[in-house]
Design a protein around this ligand. Structure first.
Ligand SMILES: [Zn+2]
Length: 282
């Protein structure tokens, strides 16, 4: 995501990676623990049931599972934002990263202008599409890396079985655990499962054409290239329709947190749209 930056507070955690300043607000940990609650509960229940019938199997317990989730979310979202920040740096623009309640944001320190060949230039729409895509792309790659390592090490994680199933490969054919079965080591299971889950689903959501998600920015710049406008109006119109549709879909599938998130995104897209009503200013 690339939007306005939340205010600094004394409870923020600050550090640097490859010269990029990073700030993590305290709300990041709290909101992500809440987002991970359902998944952590499901794993806890699964292992409690398994422990009743299989010896030397136990659940790490809900607090530990929540901690694993929050750390997985932290690493995954940080990698996503580093994707944006490194793409900015590729164009000669430095940025800083803030992780906050809604995820993360990479803020270019000196706007969208950069120096190249002695001349000062602005990021083109194609450049901005690259920067928007770099975050989800790096996050997907990290999921493939973690999943690949798990497969290589023979760590049997059902999430990967589900993905294999989804792309038409039978997990059993690879001597892999059938979807829905739990491996013996709950800790390793939770680490890989949560990391892959977050790093596949969150970038997918982020690529939906809703402002201010990465997908919304990509649509805005695509429209700008095709129609030679700034694309802001069109991106918010598409964002309003998509936001309501996705919210409705989440309500149908019983995921009310995600439904509320997309409902609020749809409403803010609609509000921006109404702000742009009247004579077009391009
Ligand atoms: Zn992003």
């Amino acid at each position: 995501m690339m939007i306005g930056e939340p205010m600094p507070s004394q409870y923020d955690w600050r550090f640097n990676i490859v010269g990029i300043p990073i700030r993590v607000t305290w709300l990041f940990w709290l909101v992500n623990a809440a987002l991970g609650y359902t998944s952590a509960m499901a794993v806890d229940n699964g292992y409690r049931r398994l422990a009743a019938v299989v010896p030397d199997v136990s659940s790490p317990g809900l607090p530990s599972l929540l901690a694993i989730w929050v750390v997985a979310a932290f690493v995954s979202v940080l990698i996503h934002e580093l994707g944006h920040a490194l793409a900015f740096r590729y164009f000669g623009i430095e940025s800083h990263i803030v992780l906050y309640h809604m995820g993360g944001v990479a803020v270019p320190t000196a706007g969208y202008a950069f120096q190249r060949g002695g001349a000062r230039r602005r990021l083109s729409h194609a450049d901005q599409i690259c920067i928007s895509a770099a975050g989800p792309l790096l996050q997907f790659l990290s999921a493939i890396l973690v999943g690949g390592i798990a497969i290589y090490m023979g760590i049997k994680v059902p999430m990967i079985s589900t993905i294999l199933d989804f792309v038409g490969i039978k997990p059993e054919a690879l001597n892999w655990l059938p979807a829905g079965e739990l491996p013996k080591n709950a800790w390793v299971y939770a680490m890989v499962e949560f990391y892959v889950l977050i790093s596949v689903w969150w970038p997918l959501f982020n690529l939906l054409p809703v402002m201010p998600l990465d997908g919304g920015h990509i649509v805005q710049n695509l429209v700008a290239i095709i129609r030679r406008t700034d694309g802001v109006y069109e991106a918010h119109a598409i964002g309003t329709a998509t936001g309501f549709l996705v919210a409705w879909w989440f309500f149908q599938s019983g995921s009310s947190i995600n439904a509320m998130l997309f409902l609020s995104l749809a409403m803010s897209n609609l509000q921006s749209l109404q702000g742009r009503m009247g004579p077009p200013n391009w």
